[in-house]
Design a protein around this ligand. Structure first.
Ligand code: GLU
Length: 411
């Protein structure tokens, strides 16, 4: 199973439940534009290295296309296609005026120096500036990228197209960014997890949580849920999993990552487990917040959590999803669960266009409002039709895009 097969399967199930016509299904299944670029750069030692970059613009019926830029060695066109389509449904589910896109470069960013990463990012923009922009396609951070790359993107884009900070989001707060963008995806996962637990009649204090991944998303999710009095008992990163049945001290974990190699390697205030063991822990809430395709037909039998919130994009393959749903596990799907990031990206873009600075309190308040509205709509549809939250989220998102196509016609 691959990311693209998975996204297409979920899409086609929802499309048939919506009874979309074959023509509209064909339109929404494909991408508006797909670009592959060759990115030759000079490495610090003087030799030439060539990388492949991708940008897939899936659909713009509801507005400019929006989505992150991923730096990971396994990035490929099919994966970017899948992720671009998820962005179309995600922006529609939270009802922000965007379409969907995604980009990536096949590179392990940890192997490049800062200067090399900057050259690579600038090269990517120099190859693509004609097809991206504030009214067409707006990149943002994703796995392996952060505010630094977004600042370089803005700077390079401005060189070609003139000053326009709304051409990219996730910029540093000091440089046309918005307070609260960095925490937004994790905070959104936290907000939505609490809503879901509440709906299921579970108390935060009686909820043990395991989070796979301690990058930007996992870390902010852990922090938020701990403040909400959930017991975060396990987190993991590339170095393994760390477990304390009494609850971890998230602040001390965060501080630990600021030393050494940036991972939790050697952290002693918890039991060290193998990375995969985290998925099978006896917890009430499991949050995969790392990469796609981690819960598969092979390991689904290990899952003991009754509730899963998908902070990562596409962490559960459909055959595992079917089994989990059958056994009564409640899953909050990625296109809703991690939509906090793109929602605050939208606020940043609005701020840039208004030349007006938003404060953190306003960002958090509006994020809460947007996610609450989306959660209610998805929950309602799932209850009315007796379907999973994933099918409800896909149906809601796809139907809004269909409506935009119907009303606006084809561009
Ligand atoms: N990369 C994030 C996502 O998958 C954020 C995208 C954005 O802010 O445009 O939703």
């Amino acid at each position: 199973m691959q990311a693209l097969d998975s996204a297409q399967l979920y899409f086609s199930r929802a499309a048939s439940m919506l009874e979309l016509s074959d023509r509209v299904t064909a339109l929404l299944a494909g991408a508006h534009r797909e670009v592959r670029v060759q990115l030759p750069i000079e490495m610090d030692d003087g030799h030439l290295a060539t990388f492949s970059g991708y940008r897939v613009q899936h659909n713009n019926a509801r507005g400019p296309m929006k989505g992150g830029l991923r730096y990971h060695e396994e990035v490929n066109l099919d994966e970017v296609r899948a992720l671009a389509s998820l962005m179309t449904w995600k922006t529609a589910v939270v009802d922000i005026p965007y379409g969907g896109a995604k980009g990536g470069i096949a590179v392990d960013p940890h192997r490049l120096s800062d200067r090399e990463l900057e050259r690579l990012t600038r090269k990517f923009v120099s190859r693509l500036h004609e097809v991206i922009g504030p009214d067409t396609d707006i990149p943002a951070p994703d796995m392996g990228t952060d505010w630094r790359a977004m600042a370089w993107i803005m700077n390079e884009y401005n060189k070609f197209e003139g000053f326009n900070p709304a051409c990219v989001t996730g910029k540093p707060a000091e440089l046309f960014g918005i307070p609260g963008r960095e925490e937004a995806t994790g905070r959104g996962v936290g907000i939505l997890s609490l809503k879901l637990l509440d709906r299921l009649g579970r108390q935060p204090q009686q909820t043990r949580v395991a989070i796979q991944g301690f990058g930007n998303v996992g870390l902010h999710t852990a922090r938020f849920l701990q403040l909400a009095e959930c017991q975060v008992v396990a987190v993991s990163d590339l170095s393994g999993a760390y477990y304390n049945p009494q609850g971890l001290d998230i602040q001390s974990l965060i501080q630990y990552t600021h030393q050494g190699d940036g991972t939790l390697r050697g952290y002693t205030e918890a039991d060290a487990l193998g990375g995969d063991e985290l998925l099978g822990l006896d917890v009430e809430l499991l949050i995969p917040a790392a990469i796609g395709g981690v819960i598969t037909a092979e390991n689904v039998g290990q899952i003991r959590a009754p509730v899963i919130v998908e902070a990562a994009n596409g962490p559960i393959w459909p055959n595992a999803d079917d089994q989990l749903i059958e056994s009564g596990v409640v899953i909050l799907p990625d296109i809703l669960a991690n939509a906090g990031g793109v929602t605050v990206s939208y606020f940043e873009w609005v701020q840039n266009r208004q030349h007006y600075k938003w404060g953190l309190a306003r960002v958090r308040q509006e994020l809460d409002r947007a996610l609450s509205g989306a959660f209610e709509a998805v929950w309602q549809l799932a209850s009315d039709r007796s379907i999973s939250l994933r099918m409800a989220a896909y149906m809601l998102g796809i139907d809004r895009v269909r409506e935009a196509v119907d009303m606006g016609g084809i561009r």
